[in-house]
Design a protein around this ligand. Structure first.
Ligand SMILES: Cc1cc2nc3c(=O)[nH]c(=O)nc-3n(C[C@H](O)[C@H](O)[C@H](O)COP(=O)(O)O)c2cc1C
Length: 387
């Protein structure tokens, strides 16, 4: 059993054990990947202040996100095709999250369906919604989420159209993969992945196939997605979805203060400062840089969360110290899943927890609620001087 000490260890195993098309799908950003890179490199620019002679006993990373108890302020982000990184991936990740005591967010574009994840877990999870043109499908999926006991709806606002990721086009990404000679040659070296996939029935888009009109087979799905994601999404439609859902609502993908202010006025429970992990608008700021002006703009009117670029517990601590009340990890848990299945997701969460806990202690803090801007050294020019 390999010794895992950090997320990069899991990333290396993920690459070795998962078909290239799915590893590349995870480890890519749009166009030049500038935003994808800066999401992580900007975290490195922030430093921590070491404090000494502070009693460190009785520490806890437990806190709340949207009023729900969490073992640490980290949720698993919605990630499409998680069940292609490893067979039954969404179920495995959801199980690891519930055992750890953090929220799992199921993507609309998951392989395992809402009902499947609900049947295989014991606690409520969160569901991420992409807004579709097909109103019947939209109403139906919201009802399915309610029936499954979903405890928060995460509405993604930054993907009315898909950002271009070069690798996916070059690899011919599809789920399940098309068995081209290149794919077959690659699969020949990924035996565990293949054997597990042969043993599961979950190989298509579980939330969609059989529920949306004219989508019975996966080959028509990408066409359907391109046609169905609603480019007309606006604040009026967001209000309508809020009404339709009627439960805790999180708006994901806010990057500018003026949008954050409007989002807060909808009465949602949280907003997520996120650039979709650098997969949508290349050239957008990293999310950790976008966070401070958004916090200034919304004040206490709404809970602010952050994702994009988190690869360690120190990154989580920095985001919390800057003022976020919660964070999400995408690739960090997918690396764990691709490396070692459910156990790998647990390892990813353990790694992040340990890094956060030790760093918090060395900064002289015992509880998440005590973590504030005072533990950070932020470069004077961090916000940037943009005209
Ligand atoms: C492979 C992959 C698929 C994703 N699919 C979705 C999705 O279906 N819905 C969504 O709202 N966000 C999706 N995201 C974005 C994540 O929810 C999250 O914003 C992002 O991964 C955070 O950045 P990080 O990977 O650097 O942690 C996806 C991200 C990745 C890497």
């Amino acid at each position: 059993m390999p010794v895992i000490t950090n997320i990069n260890d899991l990333k290396r195993l993920h690459k070795r054990r998962t078909p290239k098309i799915f590893y590349d799908y995870c480890e890519s950003g749009s166009w030049t990947e500038q935003t994808f890179r800066e999401n992580t490199s900007d975290f490195d620019k922030i430093r921590l202040r070491q404090r000494v002679a502070v009693d460190m006993e009785g520490r806890s990373t437990a806190t709340k996100m949207i009023g729900q108890d969490v073992a640490m302020p980290v949720a698993l982000a919605p990630v499409g095709l998680t069940g292609m990184q490893r067979a039954d991936g969404e179920i495995k990740a959801a199980k690891a999250a519930e055992k750890f005591g953090v929220p799992f967010t199921l993507s609309t574009m998951s392989i395992c369906s809402i009902e499947d994840v609900a049947a295989n877990t014991t606690k409520p999870f969160w569901f991420q919604l992409y807004v579709m043109r097909d109103q019947d499908f939209l109403k139906n999926i919201i009802q399915r989420a309610k029936d499954a006991g979903v405890s928060a709806l995460v509405l993604t606002l930054d993907l009315q159209i898909l950002g271009q990721r070069h690798k996916d086009l070059k690899n011919g990404l599809s789920a399940p993969p098309k068995l081209t000679p290149a794919v077959l040659a690659d699969l020949a070296t990924k035996w565990t992945w293949g054997l597990e996939m042969l043993q599961t029935k979950r190989r298509g888009f579980g939330n969609i196939i059989g529920h949306a009109k004219n989508v019975d087979d996966p080959s028509s799905l990408f066409k359907w997605t391109a046609e169905q994601f609603d480019p007309r999404l606006d604040w009026g439609k967001i209000e309508a979805i809020k009404e339709m859902w009627g439960g805790p609502l999180i708006l994901k993908g806010v990057m500018e203060p003026e949008d954050a202010v409007i989002a807060a006025k909808t009465g949602c429970d949280a907003i997520v400062v996120s650039n979709h992990g650098g997969r949508q608008l290349d050239g957008a700021l990293s999310s950790i840089r976008a966070l401070p002006p958004i916090l200034d703009a919304v004040g206490d009117s709404v809970e602010v969360h952050l994702d994009s670029g988190i690869r360690s517990g120190q990154d989580v601590l920095k985001a919390i110290a800057m003022g976020a009340k919660g964070t999400y990890i995408g690739r960090a848990f997918i690396h764990g899943l691709g490396a070692m299945g459910e156990e790998g997701v647990t390892r990813a969460l353990e790694v992040i927890h340990k890094e956060m806990d030790i760093s918090m202690a060395l900064c002289g803090r015992k509880h998440i609620e005590d973590v504030d801007r005072d533990i950070l050294r932020v470069p004077e020019d961090f916000a940037g001087r943009w005209a």
